[in-house]
Every structure is written in C-alpha cells, then in structure tokens.
Design a protein around this ligand. Structure first.
Ligand SMILES: *Cc1c(COP(=O)(O)O)cnc(C)c1O
Length: 421
C-alpha cells in the first residue's frame, strides 16, 4: 500500500497534488511519501515483534538525508556498504550502535572510520577481509563485533544481476567452509564473533528461497554453537520483493515474512536483524516526468519524456518494470494504445518500456513512474550533462525539496581546469 492515489481526477502524493509539485519544482523529479516510508518500516518492525530485533534500512536503496532522518527517528537501524553511506547515516543522526557494515570490499580506511565512529557489527564477507579487519582493530586496541556472511547456495529465482546467494555469486563464504572460517575468526585478535549474516538477493517474490536459506542458517547456528562459538545475532539480509500492480506481481507481505522468520530461526533465541531496502523505499517514491514529444514511428508511437536513463536506470540496467501512469486520471473507458516510452539520451537503452498500453498522451502531459523510491535517485548520474533531478518529500499536505536540482553553473563548476591549460 502507498499514498499515491487519484483524487478529484489528479494523482496525489498524500494530500498534495503531484501537478502542484511539478509546477513548483519543474520536471523531472522524484517525490517520496513520508507516511509510506514509515508504514513500510513499521510493518517489518511489527512483523518481528515476537522477539528482540532491529530493522536496518538498506540505505543503498535511498540515502537522502531527510529519508534517513525520517526512518532513523522512527527507530530504524541502517545497513551501510561504504564509508560514504556510513557518514550519511551518522550525519542524519543515526548512532553507530544501530549501523551494520556490509559489502565485499571494505577498505582499511572505511573500517577505521566505522570503528572510531562506532559500529554495531561488521558483516565480513571473506577471509582476506577478516584478516585486515583483525589487524585494524588490534592496532586500535579494540575488539569489534562481527558476523560472517554465508552464501547458503540457494536459488533466489530472481534477476541474475540481483541474485547474491548462489554458488558462483561473488558474495559471502560458501556454507561448506563456514566451520573453517569461524575457526579462523575465533583465532584472530581484535574480532568478536557474535552471529551469522546472509542475504540471498533482491526482489524475491516467493518465501521459499528465504525459508531454505534460513533453515540452513538455523542448522549452522546449532553446529557453530556446538563448536563453542557464541551465535547470538542473526542478520537475515533484505530482498523481499515489492508489488507491481500492472504486471500482477504480488509478493508475500512483511507479516508473512516475519512469521516465516519465526518458524525457521525463532527457536534459537537470537536477536534478529533484517536489512530491507526496496520494500521500504520502492513504493514510497515516484519519478514524475513530462511528455516532450509524441512521435509516430513506422510501426509504433514513441512517447519522448524529459526523464531519462540517467535519472532512472533500472529499466536499462536490469530490464526492470515500472508501472507508468498519467498524472491526470483518464476518463473511465478511455481506449489505450501501445507506446514505446523513451528518454532523450543518445542511447537505444534509454527506453523505459516497449509497447506499453497508455491512454492517448500529448506534449506537456505528466506521467508518474511508480516504484521509483528505491535504486532511483541513488543510481542517477549526469550523463549527457543532464543535471541530477530534485527529490521532494511529502508529509501530509506539506512538501519540501530535499535535494535541489543543481544549476548548469553548479554542474559545470564542479570540474576544474588545471593552471597549465
Ligand atoms: C542490497 C542489499 C540489501 C537490500 O536489498 P533489497 O532488495 O533492497 O531489500 C540488504 N543487504 C545487503 C547486504 C544488500 O547488499
């Protein structure tokens, strides 16, 4: 559920007409609903209420300071994958004891930064990383809490670019080697083993791969405990998929997910962490864009928008689907026609949808891309020297620009020309 609904014939973000925001900030732009973000976070939080837990928002999906503050103030932890994300979380007021550090390529500098600033745990992904973290922590005279990310070798049955828990993926340590690697962790100075971490992929629309992975984690917990390791926290990753209305994709709810977690690992008495990104942020945002031209091709019509692949790269990068809807509600019974919906960037990949049925559109009409709150703004670029598009946050009947569109001068002046030119 989200807070983007038609009212009086126009699309609203909570209590604000999307057309009003467009008139104020110009197109294209991202707009987020604070109530939707909070609701999604709270659904997860409540779904795990059967035991001690922390929902750590995977902030790589949306790392705007206002969003982090909104979620952090509501009690969310953060899952970070870089020094920059760590700094963003801290700058938004999230304390170190609510930040977990994931990622396969943490550098010494990032480790030191997180240890100095405070960290809940490092999710270690390889033995070389474990050795480096050990020497960094030991040199600072501290012991840092770690989990080891296990690759459970399950097929997440999702897009290959977002599958992360199968043999051959670059993430984690094969579960068959867990005993050896936990043994190494116990022998190294500066490290305190506290748990197990797993994350098998993104946009999963079925609970079964999770269930298989978490059953393996439960077995491993008991086996490692029998060997004397203290396993008191399980980080179960993110990855629950989001619904797409137009393509009839309806994944399980956070409530079902929480029950399945309880069934698979609830008996172990561990503190549970999860790292949802997309499910919290995806349907909490739209990208709004304007039609520049309607072009009749030889065998199809093109809708040329002012938004492009540099603003929202998911369709080009993953073939991802976004529901695309007109901001002005079409009259009931209006016939639809197929359009290829494209941006102005000079790449054939700058195509959002092919043969998409839409009501007839004309220049200056506004369209909204649903499910654009995750992996949207954070993946945008200024390719073709198109300035980053603004982000807007709505709360009830108020809205605020939470990242302005840079001017052309600001964009250009980020470059510097050496003296000798
Ligand atoms: C990307 C990622 C997540 C979030 O995945 P979603 O599909 O957005 O929920 C969580 N944990 C790790 C380690 C990740 O890499």
């Amino acid at each position: 559920m989200d807070h983007f609904l038609y009212r009086d014939g126009v699309l609203f973000a909570e209590d604000v007409p999307v057309s009003e925001i467009a008139a104020s900030v110009g197109t294209p732009f991202y707009v987020y609903s604070a109530a939707t973000f909070l609701r999604h976070f709270q659904l997860f939080d409540e779904a795990l209420n059967w035991g001690p837990h922390l929902v750590c928002f995977a902030m790589k999906s949306n790392s705007n300071q206002a969003i982090l503050k909104l979620l952090g103030d509501a009690g969310a932890g953060m899952d970070v994958v870089s020094g920059g994300e760590y700094q963003r979380a801290r700058a938004a007021g999230v304390s170190g004891d609510r930040i977990v550090f994931s990622g396969i390529g943490k550098t010494e500098a990032e480790m030191r930064m997180a240890i100095e600033g405070g960290i809940r745990q490092f999710n270690v992904e390889s033995e070389p990383e474990m050795r480096v973290l050990s020497s960094v922590a030991a040199s600072m005279g501290v012991e840092v809490p770690i989990t080891v990310r296990i690759n459970p070798d399950v097929d997440a049955k999702t897009h290959e670019k977002i599958s992360t828990g199968k043999k051959g993926d670059k993430f984690g340590i094969p579960i068959s080697r867990a005993h050896e690697v936990y043994g190494l962790a116990a022998s190294l100075p500066g490290l305190k083993v506290i748990g197990i971490d797993v994350h098998i992929g993104s946009q999963l629309t079925d609970l079964e791969p999770f269930r298989l992975a978490y059953q393996k984690v439960a077995e491993l917990t008991e086996a490692l405990r029998a060997e004397g390791h203290e396993i008191m926290r399980l980080d179960l990753g993110g990855g629950l998929g989001i619904p797409y209305v137009q393509s009839n994709i309806a994944p399980p709810s956070p409530v079902d997910y929480g029950k399945m977690v309880q069934e698979t690992v609830g008996h172990l008495g561990c503190e549970i962490e999860i790292e949802p990104g997309r499910l919290i942020s995806g349907n909490a945002g739209l990208m709004v864009s304007k039609v520049i031209y309607v072009k009749s091709g030889e065998d199809r019509n093109f809708l040329i928008l002012d938004g492009a692949m540099n603003d929202l790269i998911r369709p080009a990068m993953y073939g991802a689907h976004h529901d695309i809807i007109p901001v002005v509600e079409p009259a009931p019974g209006t016939e639809k026609e197929p359009y290829d919906i494209v941006g102005p960037v000079c790449e054939s990949g700058d195509t959002f949808a092919k043969g998409r049925d839409m009501v007839p559109m004309k220049p200056d009409d506004l369209v909204a891309f649903r499910s654009a709150g995750a992996y949207g703004a954070v993946m945008s670029s200024e390719y073709n020297s198109r300035p980053l598009i603004p982000e807007v946050l709505v709360h009830g009947d108020q809205f605020a620009v939470i990242r302005p569109r840079p001017t052309f001068d600001e964009m250009i002046n980020r470059d510097t020309i050496p003296e000798w030119l």
